[in-house]
Design a protein around this ligand. Structure first.
Ligand SMILES: NC(=O)c1ccc[n+]([C@@H]2O[C@H](COP(=O)([O-])OP(=O)(O)OC[C@H]3O[C@@H](n4cnc5c(N)ncnc54)[C@H](OP(=O)(O)O)[C@@H]3O)[C@@H](O)[C@H]2O)c1
Ligand SMILES: Nc1nc(=O)c2c([nH]1)NC[C@@H]1CN(c3ccc(C(=O)N[C@@H](CCC(=O)O)C(=O)O)cc3)CN21
Length: 282
C-alpha cells in the first residue's frame, strides 16, 4: 500500500499564521518589526536562492530582514567581525549564517560569534547543548521542523529505531539529539558508515540528510517506516528515491513540500520569539 504524505506546506502555513499574528503584536507594542539578519558568504547560486526564499517569506509575515552578502574571499576574521557587530546591534533580533561557508573559513568559530539569544537557526554550541539535554532553547531550524512534522502526525518516537543519514552541524547531528531527547534509539550514519543499506533496513524512522539526489534507495525502506527526506538537491530532488520508497513507507515527506517549508516556518517562529525575549531585557 502506498505511503501517506506528510504535508509540510499546510503545517508551515498554519505555523506562519500564528507567527504573523505575533509579529503584528510585537510591532504594536515596540513600534518596530522583528528583524532577521541573513549572512551569506560566497556565490553558490543555490544558497542565494534559499536566502531569497527566507527573506521573501519574512516580509510576508511582518518580519524585517537585513541581507549581508560577503565575497568568497572573506576571511574568518572578517566574518567574525560582521557576526559580532550583528550580535551587539540592538536593531537585529535574529541571525542566520548560511551553511556551508567556503572551506577556508572556520565555520564553528563563525557560528560561535552569534549571540545565543539571536541564534534562531540553532547553530551555536549553547543551542546544541539545549537540544541535547532537552532544555528550552532554539532548535536548529530544519531539525525543529522535522520534529514538528513528526509530532503533527503523532509519530511514536519512544522506543522507535531512528536512523539519520548525515551528521552536519545544522542537520544530521542536531536532529539526532532531538530524536534521542524524544526517546528514540538513534543511529547517525555518515560517509564512513560501512553498510548503509543494512542500517536503513532496520529503521522505523529514516531521516535522509546527505545532499545526494535519490541516494537512499526505495528497496532499503522497511515496510511501514516513516521517511523524512530533508535533502534538497539541484532540480528540487530529495535524497530519497521517492516513488520506490513511497511503495514501502507508511508515511513520507515529498520534496518539495515537506521539510523545506517547515525549516522556514521554524526559523521565523524563532525570530519572533527572540525579538520578544530581547525586548523584555532591553
Ligand atoms: N529542506 C531544508 O530545509 C534543508 C536544510 C538544510 C539542508 N538541506 C539539504 O539537506 C542535504 C544535506 O545538507 P547538509 O547541509 O546537512 O549537508 P553537508 O553539510 O554536506 O553534510 C552531508 C552529510 O552527509 C554525509 N554523507 C555524504 N556522503 C555520504 C555517503 N556516501 N554515505 C553516507 N553519508 C554521506 C556526510 O558525511 P561526513 O560527515 O562523513 O562527510 C555529511 O555528514 C542537502 O541536500 C541540503 O540541501 C535541506
Ligand atoms: N544555516 C543554515 N540553515 C539552514 O536551514 C540552511 C542552510 N544554512 N543552508 C542551506 C539549507 C537549505 N535550506 C532550505 C530551506 C528551505 C527550503 C524550501 O523551502 N524548499 C521548498 C521549495 C521551495 C522552492 O523551490 O520553491 C520545499 O518545498 O522543499 C529548501 C532548502 C535551508 N538550509
Amino acid at each position: 500500500m502506498p505511503a501517506r504524505l506528510l504535508d509540510g506546506v499546510s503545517l508551515a502555513a498554519s505555523t506562519l499564521e500564528t507567527v504573523s499574528a505575533e509579529a503584528v503584536d510585537f510591532a504594536a507594542s515596540t513600534g518596530r518589526k522583528p528583524c532577521l539578519a541573513t549572512v551569506l558568504v560566497g556565490d553558490d547560486p543555490s544558497s542565494h536562492v534559499y536566502v531569497r526564499m527566507k527573506v521573501n517569506r519574512s516580509r510576508k509575515v511582518g518580519i524585517d530582514s537585513r541581507r549581508i552578502d560577503l565575497p568568497e574571499s572573506t576571511t574568518t576574521g572578517e566574518l567574525l567581525s560582521v557576526l559580532h557587530d550583528l550580535s551587539s546591534d540592538p536593531a537585529v533580533d535574529a541571525i542566520l549564517l548560511q551553511h556551508p561557508v567556503p572551506a577556508h573559513i572556520d565555520e564553528r568559530a563563525a557560528f560561535e560569534a552569534i549571540d545565543p539569544r539571536k541564534d534562531v537557526d540553532g547553530v551555536t554550541r549553547t543551542s546544541f547543548a539545549q537540544m541535547a539535554f532537552g532544555e528550552p532553547g532554539f532548535s536548529s531550524a530544519t531539525p525543529g521542523g522535522i520534529m514538528r512534522l513528526l509530532d503533527a502526525d503523532n509519530v511514536q518516537l519512544a522506543g522507535a529505531s531512528a536512523v539519520v543519514i548525515g551528521r552536519s552541524p545544522i542537520l544530521g547531528k542536531p536532529v539526532g539529539m532531538l530524536l534521542l531527547a524524544a526517546d528514540a534509539t538513534v543511529t547517525l550514519c555518515h560517509s564512513k558508515t560501512t553498510d548503509l543499506a543494512d542500517e536503513v533496513r532496520r529503521a522505523d524512522v529514516v531521516i535522509a540528510a546527505v545532499g545526494r539526489p535519490e541516494f537512499i534507495r526505495g528497496d532499503w525502506i522497511k515496510p511501514g517506516a516513516v521517511v523524512i527526506d530533508a535533502g534538497y538537491n539541484e532540480g528540487n530532488i530529495g535524497d530519497v528515491e521517492f516513488s520506490a520508497a513511497a511503495e514501502r513507507a507508511g508515511l513520507i515527506t515529498p520534496v518539495p513540500g515537506g521539510v523545506g517549508p517547515m525549516t522556514i516556518a521554524v526559523l521565523l517562529d524563532q525570530t519572533v520569539q527572540a525579538a520578544k525575549a530581547l525586548a523584555d531585557v532591553r
